[in-house]
Design a protein. Sequence first.
Length: 758
Amino acid sequence: MIVTGLVLLFVPFAGSNQAGDTTIRINGHTPGVTPFISNLSLTASNTTVLKSIQFTIAPKPGSVTRPLSGTYANYYLVNRSFENPQTGEIMLPVYGLYAGSTNPVTLTFSFVDGSSKQAHTTITTAAYVDQCGYNNATLLQPRTDSTDLSYDYIFISNGGCAGNSPVIIDTDNEVRWVSPTSILSALNASSLFINNAVYETQGATLRRVDLDGTITWLGDYSSEGVENFHHNIDPGKTGALLEADTTDYYESVVMEVDFSGRLLKTWNLADIISAAMRAGGDDPSQFVFKRTEESNNDWFHNNAVTYNRADDSVILSSRENFVIAIDYETGAIKWILGDPTKKWYQFPSLRQFALRVTPGSLAPIGQHGLSITYDEALLLHDNGNPANFQHFPNEASRNYSSPRKYQLDLNTKVAKEVWNYEQNQSVYSPICSCVYEDAPLNYLIDFSSPMSGAILIGLDAAPNKIFWYQYPPNSGCNTAYNSRPIHLENTKFPAVAPRVQNLSTRGTVMSGDNVLINGFVVSGPGTKTVVVRALGPSLDSFGVSSVLADPVLTVYNSSGAIIASNDNWQTDVGATFIADNGLAPGNPSEAAAVVANLVPGAYTVVVTGNNSTEGISLAEVYEIPRPGGTSQLANISGRSFVGTGDNALISGFIVGDVGSATVVVRALGRSLASFGVSNPLSNPVLTIYDSKGSVIASNDNWQRDPNNVVFLPKNELAPPNASDSALVLHLPAGAYTAIVRGANGTTGNALVEVYQLP
């Protein structure tokens, strides 16, 4: 039934043109497939001028969670048949509503000419019948009023509550979404939230569930010998990693499928480990077992997988044995991390791959929830539970569980435990638990035990405990198995894959080689449009002294030909486009230009001062997305003279929009001399800051980081000189700043580069 009689308030914004000329009426709403979803009925007088529609749900009074919001591109609404351009009728899905509540909702309509306007309405929802115990949680520490926690929403891949899994809660412990499907058991189902949708398995099948409740069947893998999928779905290299039971092997086969369900790769750990054991002179029949009619022979018990883009490896948790890394392409074993008292360590063929754990560190036992952290460390939940099938006399066990983080030096084959959260060694969760990092050092910890119930703890980077929830005994895996932090603050449709977008470089513009340079690469196959800017006077308002009074920018292609230039931005032929996209500089003497239809290749932006003036300037490259675009910015770089004080080389880059990306950031100095650059910085020091100004990583000489020595040459990104700096980082979506200074106050020209690993 459509609810009518709503009171609407439209608020136009400055410069409204198409916004003022277009009438949009809210007719009412109809309930969705769950109490957390509703469909708003709209009618627009002209949909061709619409760019996007955003909904925002107001948090409950007293909540400090960021509002849940979703933005639909207009072409997405048309493609999904949510919009009829001929009649102007639009059905707008709104998800993440509070059940059993009257929800204030704000709609923001954005138009092609840059104008926008808002409408306000309310949506009343039915109550939710909670079968998983979320409403019965003990709030040992309710969400504090701190806004420092990087995430506000949690995806729980539980599988034991019929019709109530998977589920999304917020950090106030309010349920905000449940799957409209019915997964009956965690033993034969798994799920993952990725690309702003939920991917679920049941039996040998995979389906996608959109946040609006739409279900799309993607694949049936029974023809591959799959009986069912279990435990996790984890992010892979290009798709999702599924953990399969086959007719021959139990919990020791992993498959990667793309997000349309197409099978990409299969790794059979029975075959991989057997081959390694035979090559090392051992008998694999003493360790690897096939399924029989009498027994599943759970020799491996794979429960989590993660992909490490830095060295193109797949890392798997074998609860019975160890954590093992294999090469993505060949499946060859790269290393093993596990307790040496277990059975696997007795075989020389496997022991040769073992990483040594440093004194004071504990090897994991019966681990779950593998992932790679922002600084390329291995994060897992050490359950402390000994082997069941591969039991070995006197093997180690613990009476408590803890998340642990390890830095791996693959050159020396050493693993060092650099962080844990043992909770005073008071919690034992032998199965089902996990830990994941969101922004750097922001964690979600899940102690999930069938005996004592589930515990969710949120830590910020300080670290402060922001919330601490305990669910009833016997809930355990049914309530909070495999809980991950996610972001619903501003979901976008279609989802944009995680990648490096935009670059800004601040530095000193002088004469000769001491100019400000931005470089960027467009990767194909299509063309790309960018806006480039050079700011000077408007930097005054940010407290920057000695600004460049009149910047001039010039854009070159890879052949050295000038393809665009500008002195004062309002004289550029694309000035209207620049203003409509919110990129107008704050001062008319600043420079900007639209560079359209760039073919794949390398480009350079050079900033100089008009009439040879000098000062600090900010050079920026903005990627302009377009529907169906196939090209993007690849590696991006900035070069400037590094002085002292304010005269550092400062580069900002944005990782967006969904998930996380693996990037390499380099700071080159002395090696620039080989490219003819005079007065290079002899010893650059690189520091990375997050959007809050916190230092998340730093490096002086790149070879001092043992991970760099392995990963950078493999990716052909090793800096040419030992005094250069570099960092490999696994970064979530957000804004970051790289600052380059000279060690011991040295000065000279330096280059900072940001590469996204493919």
